[in-house]
Design a protein around this ligand. Sequence first.
Ligand code: F6P
Length: 545
Amino acid sequence: MTELTQQATWQALAQHSKALPHMRELFSTEPHRFDNMSAQACGLLLDYSKNRASNETLSLLFKLAKESQLESKIKAMFAGDIINNTEQRAVLHTALRAPADQVINLDGNNIVAEVQQTLAKMGEFVNSVTSGDWLGYTGKTITDVVSIGIGGSFLGPKIVSQALRPYWTGKLNCHFVANVDGTSITEKLKNLDPQTTLFVMSSKSFGTQETLTNTLTAKDWFLKQGATQADVAKHFVAVSSNVEKATEFGIDANNIFPMWDWVGGRYSLWSAIGLPIALLIGMDNFRELLAGAHAMDEHFANTPLENNMPVIMGLLSLWYGNFFNAQSHVVLTYDHYLRGLPAYFQQLDMESNGKSVTLNGTDVDYSTGPIIWGGEGTNGQHAYHQLLHQGTALIPADFIMPLNSHNPVGEHHVQLASNCFGQTQALMQGRTFEEALAELESSQLSDEQKQLIAKHKVMPGNKPSNTILMDKLTPSTLGSLIALYEHRTFVQGAIWQINSFDQWGVELGKQLGNDVLDRLTADKNADELDSSSNSLINLFRQGKI
Ligand SMILES: O=P(O)(O)OC[C@H]1O[C@](O)(CO)[C@@H](O)[C@@H]1O
């Protein structure tokens, strides 16, 4: 067994989890529960009162955090210690949004200076393109940007651009290509003019098959439309930590925006990976996004655990995963602009904490990262909320909603809010058999039918949720919100003593995929593979089942 599950506090939490009253009772005995279990920081309000938690629960969770040296681990990350031990790297996405005058030394260099240089390069490029100074090979200005990347090199640019649609300057359209499926890039290129299209190829490693293939196809399309190799420099730029490979690929050295190995892909939108975002919303708004994230960094680094929003959210999620066997966590965004955020948090958390070995190589004997999923409210209410309310799985939920809409039309926003708050209330209080029966009293059903239907209408309640509010969705509040979830992920990984910053689990699939590719494209047969893989390969070769 690991030392974590041997800890007295861990075992006390296990005992405590069996002794908690229903949330209905907690609310009935604590009239000021919201005041005592809500926190504000960086333009966000976190209501965590609708959780299976008493004061004793929270003090035990904070005790676990302290005994897990969480505070010193937070300091170590911000200081640039090598906390990604399997890749021997620091974890310093926080440096990407640090103020220009801050000094963060890594290997003897102040990396903030490098970050600021890259931001300045980004700013010059963004201004050049959006002002019309940057011209294509026939002398026309750029109208469309195609962002090519996958994982963190796609999700960040795509979802943040979508979330900040009200802030687009209107100078450019943007299209996102990620999947290696030829349909993705074909559909995107159909209506574009090579004379006015700019391709931003984003790949930290510059070795990701999907991104390289899509970029080659884009380049091929570009050249077939009448452009020459010399024109490529006007229409292709790259973002990568591998400048050498990007240059070899044919990207003009002046058009390569650097990034660093101390930034993980799923933490990289704040770097030049965010170039498509900056092209759409302008550099001032991009810097507002960075400032919002920095404000949350300051909150996380300097606030006592008991009032620390990422710590509270991380601990409560760990509470359900490790002591109530919750296998997933749902993120429900009650704002159409935020509809992509659950997918962003999915990579952020699942690729960070989907691990089963501790830093020192011990197999864990406890659950680690949950399945993160979700979608936009109110749509989910007509899709999966039934399971949230009456299913057998316990699925803690985060509800996220701005108090003011960018589009205050008619009664829409007040109805959206009523649904958001009504759902958290229903999840918490549920409906008892007696209440269900009483509702059927005046129906024409027989007593036997009333008993049966009432049974089917019971909702256990006691289903935990957090509600996160902001005055309005802006670059700053979005930056704070995303950084909140980055640090929430960090908190859990730190207590589980896992490495949240490598991703060895994605390597085998890539290796085997490359082997299969050889068997699909060459005469290399697959007889020695398992019968399934062998048969699937042969069927693909036949092109019919
Ligand atoms: O930016 P790159 O190096 O192309 O990697 C793309 C994505 O692939 C991964 O390495 C594995 O999924 C992610 O961590 C990363 O965001």
